[in-house]
Design a protein around this ligand. Sequence first.
Ligand code: PHE
Length: 443
Amino acid sequence: MERQQWSSKLGFILAAVGAAVGLGNIWKFPYTMGTNGGFIFLIFYLICIFLIGMPALVSELILGRRNQANAVASMRKEYPDKPFYATAGWFGLITALLVLGFYVVVAGWAGYYTFAAITGKLDFSNVENAKTFFDNFKLDNVKPLIWLSMFLLLNITILIGGVKDGIEKASKILMPGLFVILIMLIFRSLTLDGASEGVKYMFKPDFSQFTFKTVLASLGQAFFTLSIGMGTMITYGSYLRKEDDIIESSIHIITWDTVIALLSGLAIFPAVFALGFSPTEGPGLTFITIPAVLSSIPGGTLFGILFFFSLTVAALTSSMSIYEVLVAYFTETFNIKRSFVIVGVGIVLAILGTIVSSTLGVPLFGNSDLFDTLGIITDYFLMPLGGLIMVFSVGWSMKKSEYIKELGDTKFVNVLYFLSRYVAPTIIVIFFVCGVLDLFHII
Ligand code: PHE
């Protein structure tokens, strides 16, 4: 079977930006920042993005393009005499499954909120009402399950369309709109009374907030938001053509991803403070704050529809990319028809998502329910470790001449190689060890 490819440079960039920009930017970034000390988290997050994210992203794309195969097979082909490296590919498959387990639940919430906005249900007189509405919906026995199933069906339909006609076309249409809507929301949020406190929270240092867990959270968030450390970018890279420019695409991905996360913070935090609300609310932050803001403005319903629709779309272009990691692996390894694999994986995900959603609030480890636990395992452990192996393998086991052959011999490429070889692996290890020790209260 001939391998599929992206049809154009723009097509790939949009699909890859679409994979990166998702719930991680609009839902996870604000609440993770809010529960990890605001500005201080932001600083570490940006360090991770540029010193680790950039070399790791480029490494994954090279691994995929050179080997034209799924994550596991790419690692095997690239390093035939170092079977250990393939563990990163295996980690990737497990991570993809676990991440999707909670991703489809939150995406389902976004879908329902779009519907609720259209039917005028998101009009709240105060923040308490918004919170009650969210809690009631989230804990309902049926509604969240219906919405997560619909979201899965949407994924299945697009993925069956394939790389070019499915993922690429959808991203091209859906991504640009999101940006415009966020700008409109920021404008509203910043003009609320008391909004400046939120801006201060985002950009004014308060070092008393620092803990080593902040460092681990920023590392995990950087991996999650850039879609690295689980083989997504290896898989997407494997559909790249030789003439595509990996550096240029990576810069697009990093820039847009960071900009959208910051914009989303600017849409949310000023409103959080203006409405007398706490930034430490956790996973409900976006779902409570935004409707509460919208209720306070004329035309709020329309903004609400647009916002939650674009959140659903952003989630869709990301979830498809995670899904594709599994699809590429199973179709290529066992030579099964693509559509069978897509439906099979979909059934597993529907079951997993149902379990995650139905056990919300039921403690599993300490105070964490399954939903939180999946987030912790993937963010704090699997993605940093998978990413470490991938970037380390490129820095130490791929010849520099090969690296340069893929990317060109520019100063920037040399810096990237240096980052992949020394800086990124070292920082990942330090942040990881300190963070884990803090997580278990050892330091
Ligand atoms: N980056 C996506 C987001 O921010 C999530 C994702 C993680 C996608 C890992 C692919 C792989 O929502």
